[in-house]
Design a protein around this ligand. Sequence first.
Ligand code: AMP
Ligand code: ZN
Ligand code: FE
Ligand code: FE
Length: 276
Amino acid sequence: MPADLHIHTFFSDGTQSPEEIVELAKKGGLTTIAITDHDVVAGIERAKKKGAELGVAVIPGIELTTEAFDSEIHILGYFIDTQSAELLEIISKIQKSREDRIFTICEKLQALGVKLDPDKVFAIAGHRAAGRPHVARALIAEGYVKNFKEAFVRYLDFHGPAYVSHYKLSPAEAIKLVLAADGLPVFGHPAVSACDQCIPELMSTGLVGLEVYYGAHNQGQTQHYLELAEKYGLLLTGGSDYHGSTSGREIKLGDFSIADDLVEKLKNEHLRRNKS
Ligand code: AMP
Ligand code: ZN
Ligand code: FE
Ligand code: FE
């Protein structure tokens, strides 16, 4: 009964609707998925409805971008209450800041000789949480770069010349928000952040899990984080970080999955904490 606990829809920077995601998950043989859009929960209800129709369990999730220790740290939240007033207030501020950020990225690009109209980016993003992948797609469409990789390497990477910070959220604040929404906070794709020394500090503010199994982790990295999760007593999670078919990372839902017992452990921890 395989599961994939890290999936984006077009409500953030994925390319597919929540319904399409559930259909593809079903086709790929997944029985549980988590929708973890960046800084937004708008796709969850639609995914749940489709999941109920097709027999795919949908865990409500989110992925919050934070910065600390000179790296980006992504905090995943599982089993969140999508009506949490605290969470909704902050994510609406983050949405506004994401919009402002696109203008600043375009100004930085302009200074580098790349004339990209912010409206081109917003046209690609629609009315969704705009981000760097939408800028990358606009750069490709305008002929400035050949592909995603080039867009990130030349301009958009964390230390790239057109990088602009997100809404200032610390990992501790993100963890607190997830907990306030009765969710379980998990450190997403730890090898990407390369900040192992952050883990004890994140735990001191309430971290409960580590995304040991990740689409882009190699075997050595998976083993390394498996050992760290055991050492620290963190729950194990895993997901593909699927973004759809035109996002520059071509994978199929179902190609990557984790065993159901990991989901059971996560679910039990959520129940244990929230029975009152
Ligand atoms: P943002 O939330 O606007 O900072 O965009 C973050 C998203 O950009 C990530 O979730 C990835 O989907 C994508 N991304 C980040 N770095 C890269 C990269 N080097 N190549 C391709 N996509 C990337
Ligand atoms: Zn993304
Ligand atoms: Fe991420
Ligand atoms: Fe992600």
